[in-house]
Ligand binder design. Structure first.
Ligand code: FES
Length: 147
């Protein structure tokens, strides 16, 4: 076999190989992540309360097990306006604040911010009030969600 015959055979083999590969289907990943719309995030339910058994009297309150949300009854009736509610995440650097039953304030253990019973800043370094989640009532169930 001379050089020309060798190159023809080698080139033909390459073409056969190339044609075989072009018949293959493109590979797809085993799972495809579900795209999310920009600027949206999943809704999280932080707290639920059965209003036939919980939050029955004005002043009664509840926190979720992770202590991220707080709700307190401020008036009679099972309407959203009968409750105040806050995120328990400090607006300074995201430590969890604790509710002070004696005066209703919220204190942050990290840098000393204090918030009033209405979530307003009493002293910093936090500069913004405690955030509010979304409160809804479905039948006799109170729900506090992220949005
Ligand atoms: S994180 Fe609460 S005061 Fe800094």
């Amino acid at each position: 076999m001379d050089r020309k015959e060798f190159l023809l055979l080698a080139g033909g083999g390459f073409l056969v190989t190339s044609c075989e590969k072009s018949d293959e289907k493109p590979q797809t990943p085993a799972s495809t992540p579900t795209p999310t719309a920009p600027g949206t995030s999943p809704v999280t339910t932080y707290l639920t309360a059965d209003l036939t058994q919980e939050l029955l009297t004005v002043g009664s309150n509840k926190q979720d097990a992770g202590k991220r949300a707080f709700v307190q009854r401020t008036a009679a009736g099972n309407t959203p306006s009968a409750f105040k509610h806050f995120s328990l995440t400090c607006t300074h650097a995201a430590c969890l604040v604790s509710h002070q039953a004696a005066n209703g304030e919220f204190h942050c253990p990290c840098h000393g911010s204090r918030f009033s019973a209405d979530g307003m800043v009493l002293n910093g370094p936090a500069a913004r009030p405690l955030e509010q989640y979304v409160l809804s009532i479905q039948g006799t169930t109170l729900l506090i969600k992220s949005s």
